[in-house]
Design a protein around this ligand. Structure first.
Ligand code: ASP
Length: 449
């Protein structure tokens, strides 16, 4: 549903942003105070810059400047994370077992582009993988119409075509075509990651670790970076980028580029309880996509909206009702043991729970990424031994109540973060506009700036 974000009669949809810099065996023992301070400072810096970017109207579109889209905001945040060697993506990517950097990224929007979601994988020379995922998404509409034409040069890689997941050399040819910066593989070398790579291989050889991708007594990145944004048009976007797991097999594809596993975004008209209980007559007659607020939805809105009373529906009379339309959306970016995320299609599972079980998005994410959730369950009795199932998610769930003309009359975005591991590097801007950064599970919830 397309909402007018600046409806004169109603509230605007306030843009929101949350970022993460990886989850895993992160605890005061594995991330000592000095390191903690470094991560916290970097997270606050990046969330602050992204907030400024998100709230500054773009001059490029003058004379009617607009705020950046969720896609622009989320990918902007991820480029900052990719450029910071503290995080396992872009410049700070981990090494494969063979000492190679193979990067992956993805982006997905709830509405607005034909492809909706794109993943890229096996990249060795693309400086900012997230920009490649974004470019393939943005070119998707044109690519799809070009496919219907028969003229034009016959190139090996004519465009990204209708594809949503593109690997290796083909992806890099597209990056060249989109004039994105390419770098020599050495750009991705950092001493810290190299030392982690060697140490983990040694621990595996010595029998100190089961394998060289996870250790229970140190924080071995894993790690991934991600951002989820909500824009003034009610569109949510998830952007995610990673070097993968330390000492993964060369050629291994993780959850980050895989649609539905490490990322997801979707929007739906909330039809739960579409008046079957409250307005049976109207349901039988069928009124297209128009949805009344049911009792269960009122409960959800009571959780989400500042003054739920104003949304109490008046049961419609015989034709003079002014029905409200409720649209919900969610975007999710994951981090953790990617093989487990793939096994449970984690990001889409969280979204599907929100969509089909009638629970809040916060609750849905918790059921997958929280302690005892689907990810943890998928590890079975290997939980805590192999690293399987460990991870976390950030998300934004948005609920918009609108009138049939498309004016938003109430809207709210929930910032969501949950994980089953010791910690997750994460930061967001709270409802009062303050930047908040957290690392461990029980970080004191005080405002940071
Ligand atoms: N999910 C990433 C992968 O498995 C790693 C991580 O986020 O920790 O490649």
């Amino acid at each position: 549903m397309e909402y007018k974000s600046q409806a004169p009669s109603g509230p605007t949809i306030s843009p929101r942003i949350i970022i993460h810099g990886g989850a895993g065996n992160i605890s005061p023992a594995t991330v000592p105070p000095g390191k903690y301070a470094l991560y916290r400072e970097a997270l606050l810096n990046i969330i602050g810059k992204t907030h400024t970017h998100m709230t500054t109207p773009s001059k490029a579109t003058s004379p009617s400047p607009h705020l950046p889209s969720a896609l622009e905001t989320a990918t902007y945040a991820v480029t900052l994370l990719e450029d910071n060697p503290l995080f396992n993506s872009g410049h700070g990517s981990v090494f494969t077992r063979d000492g190679i950097n193979e990067l992956e990224a993805s982006v997905m929007v709830s509405r607005g582009f034909a492809k909706r979601g794109v993943g890229v994988t096996g990249l060795r020379r693309v400086r900012n993988p997230i920009l490649l995922a974004r470019a393939i998404l943005e070119h998707g509409d044109a690519d799809l119409s070009a496919m219907r034409r028969t003229d034009g040069p016959c190139l090996d890689v004519p465009s990204a075509q209708g594809h949503s997941l593109i690997h290796g050399r083909t992806a890099e040819i597209l990056a060249e075509r989109y004039q994105l910066p390419l770098v020599e593989p050495e750009y991705f070398f950092t001493q810290t990651r190299w030392d982690e790579h060697l140490r983990a291989l040694k621990d595996e050889r010595n029998g100190k670790a089961l394998d060289a991708t996870w250790s229970c007594d140190s924080y071995l990145p894993q790690g991934t970076v991600g951002a989820v944004a909500l824009d003034a048009d009610g569109i949510v976007c998830a952007a995610t980028s990673t070097g993968g797991m330390t000492n993964k097999l060369t050629g291994r594809i993780g959850d980050t580029p895989m649609v539905g596993a490490g990322f997801w975004a979707e929007e739906w008209i909330d039809g739960r309880g579409f008046a079957r209980d409250m307005w049976p007559d109207r349901t039988r007659r069928g009124h297209g996509p128009i949805v009344m607020l049911s009792e269960s939805l009122k409960g959800l809105m009571a959780d989400c909206l500042p003054t739920p009373f104003m949304y109490n529906p008046v049961p419609p009379g015989d034709g003079d009702a002014s029905p409200l339309i409720t649209t919900r959306s969610i975007a999710v970016s994951g981090t953790g043991n990617g093989d487990s995320f793939i096994r449970v299609a984690a990001a889409r599972t969280a979204s599907a729970i929100a969509r089909y079980s009638g629970v809040s998005s916060t609750n849905a994410v918790h059921r997958v990424a929280g302690p005892g959730g689907e990810l943890q369950k998928s590890a079975g009795n290997r939980w805590g031994i192999t690293g399987e199932g460990q991870g976390g998610m950030i998300a934004i769930g948005c609920t918009v109540v609108g009138d049939p003309e498309g004016n938003a009359i109430a809207a709210r975005g929930e910032i969501i973060e949950d994980f089953n591991s010791g910690g997750m590097f994460r930061a967001w801007i709270d409802e009062d506009g303050r930047a908040v950064a957290r690392v461990f599970r029980d970080d004191v919830p005080v405002s940071d700036c």
